[in-house]
Design a protein around this ligand. Structure first.
Ligand SMILES: *[C@@H]1O[C@H](CO)[C@@H](O)[C@H](O)[C@H]1NC(C)=O
Ligand SMILES: *[C@@H]1O[C@H](CO)[C@@H](O)[C@H](O)[C@H]1NC(C)=O
Ligand SMILES: *[C@@H]1O[C@H](CO)[C@@H](O)[C@H](O)[C@H]1NC(C)=O
Length: 422
């Protein structure tokens, strides 16, 4: 249904070819909401948060393995290193997590911002997590017979005349012997009317347990080819090369309602004022240099790298810098030393934590800074101290930051920009 209405939107956009503007020349994918790691009654879902930390660590471990293979170690940020595989059992604090562990199954389903895509001539539909922190597309395969795939949509090449089997293998290790892996295929991939032919992807035969409770079927990576495991052009890069989007620009609005990904430009209905753009540094990630984080008017840290990653909720900083950050916040305490979570008084969750890159201060609202209660008085903050291996001076900005701004990713200008949400 929405694919059809989007096709109309694309047709309209294509007929307006005279305009030189990037704005409005594209197509939108509405998203289902994501709750993240707070339960519906406002508690911090510790088990789910730890699962996300493990996933994020392993995702970026794999990104670095791919980056080293594709570009060599000189493409690494200062101090970047490939960490050991993170295991759920080794990072999970068992014992007092029973209530939260329940929530994991109850609430599984809305952790990732997800939208639909169609693969193949028969238009096999998948609910997809659009991830600016990775660069490959994978969906479950008909050959995935484990219980982890039981609730997933599955790709069947036999029902698509445009399907082609390719050589090679796709594999990402997500924990305790747990991988997402499968063969390599090409087929037509249609995202809200943007239809790419011969897109490389993997129909995966094995799925990590970490994905079994999620509502989404797979991931569509939107970062740079340099971190692709398939060593192929990611979906949006193919769309630009094949001329099915006008501009090499896409933009996210992530919010409680009205979330969308816009392909081929920006959606002027969703932001006001101009877009403050900054050049991408490095070759694999949507990474910006010279960032600064402030608490009110107090500069906590500056001159660091930031990677903008829609695939996680959490904001991660190097453990020592994050410890330093919470030292400035009255009443803050270390909550979980394994995973770098800190608690702060629920009665004074700050709305004056902001990041900047030499322009405006982009603040995180109190609601977005608060991951939920862990006691009658303390709540978990959105910034966690964790070494993801991405560099000793590198922060990763997940949705808790992105939800506060309209975020524009441009391959054309090799930049990331921020604008005020309307
Ligand atoms: C599924 O397995 C069959 C038999 O091994 C194989 O021919 C087919 O290519 C596989 N399909 C996918 C999508 O992996
Ligand atoms: C995680 O599990 C893998 C596979 O079982 C094992 O090789 C590795 O040593 C474990 N890592 C940690 C940190 O426990
Ligand atoms: C930041 O906000 C908190 C809570 O609203 C407030 O108590 C604090 O004074 C502010 N800090 C600065 C440095 O502006």
């Amino acid at each position: 249904m929405f694919i059809q209405s989007s096709l109309i939107a694309v047709a309209l956009a294509l007929s307006a070819t005279a305009s030189p503007m990037a704005e409005g020349m594209g197509t939108r994918i509405p998203f289902e909401k994501r709750n993240g790691i707070t339960t519906s009654d406002g508690r911090f879902d510790h088990a789910r948060a730890v699962q996300q930390v493990v996933r994020d660590r392993n995702k970026h471990r794999n990104n670095l393995i791919n980056l080293e293979r594709n570009m060599g170690r000189q493409a690494f940020n200062e101090g970047a290193h490939i960490r050991p595989v993170a295991n759920f059992s080794s990072t999970h604090e068992s014992g007092n997590d029973k209530r939260q562990a329940e929530a994991l199954t109850d609430e599984g389903g809305d952790q990732y911002w997800a939208g639909n895509i169609a693969v193949g001539t028969s238009g096999q539909t998948f609910l997809i997590d659009f991830d600016t922190g990775s660069s490959d597309l994978w969906v479950p395969s008909v050959n995935c017979t484990s219980s982890f795939c039981s609730k997933k949509h599955k790709y069947n090449p036999a029902s698509s005349s445009s399907s082609a089997s390719k050589s090679g293998k796709f594999s990402i290790q997500y924990g305790d012997g747990s991988t997402v892996s499968g063969p390599v295929y090409t087929d037509t991939v249609n995202v809200a009317g943007v239809s790419v032919k011969n897109q490389y992807f993997s129909p995966v035969n094995t799925l990590s347990s970490m994905f079994s409770s999620e509502a989404d079927d797979g991931i569509l990576g939107m970062a740079f080819p340099a971190i692709s495991n398939l060593r192929q052009s990611p979906f949006f890069n193919s769309a630009k090369t094949q001329g099915v989007v006008k501009n090499g620009v896409f933009a996210f609005k992530l919010a409680k309602s009205g979330s969308e990904l816009f392909l081929g430009g920006t959606n002027p209905k969703l932001y006001s004022g101009s877009i403050e753009s900054h050049p991408v540094t490095g070759s694999g990630f949507w990474q910006l240099a010279n960032a600064q984080v402030k608490y009110g008017s107090k500069i906590i840290d500056s001159g660091f790298q930031t990677i903008v990653d829609t695939g996680t909720t959490i904001i991660y900083g190097p453990p020592s810098q994050v410890a330093n950050f919470y030292k400035s916040i009255p009443g803050a305490k270390l909550y979980d030393s394994n995973n770098g979570f800190y608690s702060i008084p629920c009665s004074s969750v700050p709305s004056n934590v902001s990041f900047s890159w030499g322009g405006q201060q982009w603040a995180i609202s109190a609601a977005n800074f608060n991951f939920g209660r862990v006691s009658s008085t303390q709540c978990i903050g959105a910034i966690a101290g964790q070494d993801l291996g991405l560099g000793s001076n590198t922060w990763l900005l997940g949705d808790s930051f992105i939800k506060n701004v309209y975020t524009v990713f441009s391959f054309d200008q090799n930049s990331v920009g921020f604008a005020k949400l309307k």
